[in-house]
Design a protein around this ligand. Structure first.
Ligand SMILES: NC(=O)c1ccc[n+]([C@@H]2O[C@H](COP(=O)([O-])OP(=O)(O)OC[C@H]3O[C@@H](n4cnc5c(N)ncnc54)[C@H](OP(=O)(O)O)[C@@H]3O)[C@@H](O)[C@H]2O)c1
Length: 431
């Protein structure tokens, strides 16, 4: 079933010495660049870094988009060496404390990601703005922990070969450590992919039967087509189990988010797309599962709190005590699972179609979705039309060779310009 490569994670276990869970992980603290520090993932990553303590991690760089108030407060608390705010007007208003250098260059994130004193780049931005920094970081031998889906959905064909090459170099040097695995270099933060990773540790890639991604089903799991047509932004922003940024919350409501995750899982775990299933699990306690060839099923459970997968990516292969609350199974109802209704929520099928068509199609999908979600939020697109518009973009822009970074940037520009004013197609011809 694998497309080659065998990327399932494995860690040495037999000779692991007994470990003090509060002991430092490394001789010196790891230098961290946090890209997108002001958002939902970024602020939770800072919680994790704060809880792990300065003996484990030193925050060297913080970067964000336009939220000068939040970044300013973070700079005063964390005191990194460098910071950046992409929006020049917001940067002009930023309160920068002494000792912190504000980098006003548009390529600041790339520079942060490749600094000598940075070991780990945590990617918490939305959009494809982090693709160049991620590629630069991997080329410079840095570890990348990414929540950002766009990096893999639009650029998996560029990013994962770099991670695989890094891992191969390590093995060729005769070093047997977790960095001999591509997942040592590109570490998923998304809860589903973290769950799969945790289930796969110690397993052989050849023993994977299928990956099962769980989905909460979003706020409209039980709504019929007529009600879905009338969904408002306020309805869609009220996610039943996860507290997230606006874009991913809308993607969770359309289930396009689950489609993006299926694509991410293909890249991260090197499995065929038809070996990845989606199961609706409204309680969001089982974060995903792996079925093995012998019929065994492994699942990872926890309360829906992103600080658990963020911390796992930062401290892997070690676990440490963290800030997230614990799951008490005795206070929970029986675990429930349902099949996904592809007719009401066609976005997962659309993502599968796009992945089969190739990297241009998945890039078009994710670029169009950003515009479609923005149009829905400002009232110029209905809820079902989000998926329809994205499907039309996949059809219109999806053909062609896998894009390199300049071609992706150009494609992003073209798709956005088109999607900003495109009429909603009347029928779903892509299914
Ligand atoms: N939230 C979750 O629970 C969750 C779970 C799994 C995966 N993810 C994924 O993680 C990523 C981030 O999600 P989120 O919910 O944290 O989003 P969010 O709350 O919207 O935060 C996005 C962050 O990116 C920054 N940013 C935007 N444009 C930028 C630019 N040009 N340069 C530098 N920084 C920029 C924003 O800065 P400003 O705020 O200053 O503009 C903000 O810090 C997305 O890909 C999402 O799909 C999120």
């Amino acid at each position: 079933m694998a497309r080659g490569g065998g990327a399932a994670a494995g860690v040495p276990r037999d000779d692991d010495p007994p470990r003090d869970v509060d002991a430092p992980l490394h001789d010196a603290p790891l230098g961290v660049a946090l890209l997108g520090s002001t958002g939902s993932i970024g602020t939770q990553a800072l919680d994790v870094l704060r809880s792990a303590g300065p003996e484990r991690f030193r925050v060297v760089a913080l970067a964000a988009g336009r939220d000068a108030a939040t970044l300013g407060a973070q700079l005063h608390e964390v005191r990194p060496l460098v910071a950046a705010l992409a929006d020049p007007a917001a940067a002009a208003a930023l309160d920068v404390p002494p000792g912190v250098t504000l980098d006003r260059d548009p390529d600041a994130m790339e520079r942060f990601a490749t600094r000598d004193d940075v070991d780990l780049v945590v990617v918490a931005t939305g959009g494809i703005v982090s693709l160049r920094p991620v590629i630069a970081a991997l080329r410079a031998g840095k570890v990348v922990a990414t929540a950002n889906k766009e990096t893999l959905v639009a650029g998996g064909h560029l990013v994962m070969p770099l991670a695989a090459a890094r891992a191969a170099e390590r093995r060729a040097q005769g070093v047997t450590d977790p960095l001999g695995d591509p997942l040592g270099w590109v570490r998923p933060i998304d809860s589903e992919h973290s769950a799969l990773w945790q289930c796969l540790v110690g397993e052989r890639h050849a023993d994977i039967q299928r990956l099962i991604l769980t989905a909460s089903g979003g706020p409209f799991r039980t709504w019929d087509a007529a009600r879905l047509a009338a969904v408002t932004p306020r309805d869609a922003l009220a996610h039943p189990t996860w507290d997230m940024g606006a874009k991913i919350t809308i993607d969770s409501a359309t289930l396009l988010n689950k489609g993006l995750e299926v694509i991410e899982a293909c890249w991260l775990y090197d499995v065929a797309i038809d070996s990845i299933d989606v199961l609706v699990h409204p309680q969001s306690l089982v974060h995903s599962m792996v079925e093995f060839v012998d019929g065994s099923l492994k699942a990872q459970l926890g309360l829906p709190d992103m600080r658990i997968p963020i911390q796992y990516a930062l401290t892997w292969p070690t676990r440490i005590a963290g800030p997230a609350p614990r799951l008490d199974l005795l206070t929970q109802d029986a675990l429930r699972f349902e099949a996904l209704d592809d007719a009401r929520f066609p976005a997962v099928d659309l993502a599968r179609t796009a992945f089969a068509a190739g990297p241009r199609a998945t890039a078009a999908l994710i670029c169009a979705d950003e515009v479609a979600v923005a149009r829905f939020l400002d009232g110029t697109l209905s809820f079902p039309a989000i998926t329809d518009l994205v499907a039309a973009a996949v059809t219109r822009f999806g053909d062609g060779a896998p894009p390199d970074v300049p071609a992706l940037t150009e494609l992003d520009r073209e798709v956005r310009a088109w999607a900003a004013t495109a009429d909603v197609p009347e029928s779903r011809t892509w299914a």
